[in-house]
Design a protein around this ligand. Structure first.
Ligand SMILES: [Zn+2]
Length: 318
C-alpha cells in the first residue's frame, strides 16, 4: 500500500465510526484547508467561509476526493462527532520550567494522567476504559461520548481546566486521529473499544462556563469589517499567548505584543486594552510561574514599543 492510500483508508475507517474528518497537512497537526483570510469564496465557501469544523465530513466520496490528492493526516472535530476527548499530556523532561504546581508535585504527579487519576480518586469513581489513542509525545487521548439530552451542557475546549497537563477537545476544537503520522511518531490506537459516555464527575467539572479557548478580550465597539478584523486579530494573538508551547512562552508573548502594538500605533486599539488582553492571555503561564507578573509586563511593554515602530491601520489590513 502506498502512503497516500494508507491515510485514505484511515480517513474512511474513522468516518465509518461516524466521526467527521478533515485533512491535516501531511506530517503535521495543522489543518490543510484554507483560512478565513485567504478564502476564495468558491466551492464549499460560496455562501461564506466554512472553517474545518463545518467542512469535516463522513461523506465517503468527499473523503476519497480529498485524500486522493495527498497523504494527509486526519483531523476529527469532537464536537461534530458527539465526542469529548480528554487530552492527557506529559511533562517535557528537558524543560526545568515544566513542573507541576507544588501541591501536585508533593503527590508525585508527573503528568496529566496522574492528575486525572487523582481527580477520579477524589470523586470516588474510576477512570473508565474507553477508546484511547497514544500520541507521539507519550500523551493519551481518551475519547468519551458527549452528554446528550435536553439539559445536557454543550462542552467546549478547555485548556488546563481539569488540571495540570489536561486539556479537553470538544466543540471548537479538533484532535489528530489515530493513523496520523508526524516526524516525532505516530498517533496509535491503544484501546479500540467504542467510546463510553463521559462520566458524570467529569461532566460536572467541564460544565460551562469552563475556561474559554481564548481568554476574554476587551469588547470591541463598532461594527463591520474593521471591527471583525480587530476581534479576529485580538483572538489570534491572545490564543497564541495562551497556547504557547512551554519553551516559547516568553517569545510568544513578545510576538503577540508586537502585533497588537502595531494596531495600537495605527489607532485601532487602546494601549490599555492591548495590555489587558495580553496579560489575561498570559494568566495560565503566570499561574505555573513560567514568568513573573513583572517579567510579563516588561515583555509586553517591549513588544508594544517594537510594534509601534510599524503602525498598522485596519483599513490597510482588512
Ligand atoms: Zn473559505
Amino acid at each position: 500500500m502506498s502512503g497516500a492510500v494508507e491515510f485514505l483508508t484511515v480517513a474512511l475507517e474513522t468516518a465509518a465510526r461516524g466521526w467527521p474528518v478533515f485533512p491535516l497537512r501531511p506530517g503535521t497537526k495543522r489543518p490543510a484547508l484554507h483560512g478565513e483570510t485567504n478564502c476564495p469564496a468558491t466551492g464549499a465557501c460560496a455562501g461564506g467561509h466554512q472553517a474545518w469544523e463545518q467542512r469535516a465530513t463522513i461523506d465517503l466520496d468527499r473523503i476519497r476526493r480529498a485524500w486522493s490528492t495527498g497523504p494527509f493526516n486526519i483531523g476529527i472535530p469532537p464536537g461534530r462527532a458527539g465526542l469529548v476527548v480528554v487530552d492527557l499530556d506529559t511533562a517535557d523532561p528537558g524543560d526545568p520550567e515544566d513542573v507541576p504546581p507544588p501541591e501536585w508535585a508533593q503527590l508525585g504527579i508527573r503528568g496529566g494522567a496522574d492528575v486525572l487519576a487523582l481527580l477520579a480518586e477524589r470523586a470516588g469513581q474510576p477512570v473508565p476504559a474507553t477508546y484511547t489513542v497514544t500520541t507521539p509525545s507519550g500523551g493519551r487521548h481518551l475519547y468519551f461520548l458527549a452528554p446528550t439530552g435536553p439539559d445536557a451542557p454543550v462542552l467546549r475546549n478547555t485548556i488546563g481546566g481539569l488540571g495540570w497537563h489536561i486539556d479537553t477537545r470538544a466543540h471548537g476544537g479538533y484532535v489528530v486521529a489515530a493513523g496520523s503520522l508526524t516526524p516525532t511518531g505516530p498517533y496509535e490506537v491503544a484501546d479500540d473499544r467504542d467510546p463510553v459516555p463521559l462520566p458524570g464527575w467529569l461532566i460536572e467539572r467541564l460544565r460551562p462556563p469552563p475556561p474559554p479557548i481564548v481568554p476574554a478580550a476587551p469588547v470591541v465597539s463598532g461594527r463591520g469589517r474593521a471591527s471583525r478584523y480587530l476581534e479576529a486579530a485580538l483572538a489570534a494573538e491572545t490564543y497564541r499567548v495562551h497556547n504557547a508551547p512551554t519553551k516559547q512562552r516568553n517569545q510568544s508573548l513578545y510576538v503577540a505584543a508586537i502585533a497588537l502594538g502595531q494596531l495600537v500605533a495605527g489607532g485601532a486599539l487602546a494601549e490599555h486594552d492591548a495590555r489587558a488582553a495580553l496579560m489575561s492571555a498570559a494568566g495560565r503561564h503566570l499561574a505555573v510561574g513560567a514568568y513573573s507578573h513583572r517579567q510579563a509586563e516588561q515583555t509586553i511593554a517591549s513588544g508594544l514599543r517594537a510594534g509601534a515602530k510599524r503602525p498598522r491601520r485596519i483599513e490597510d489590513a482588512a
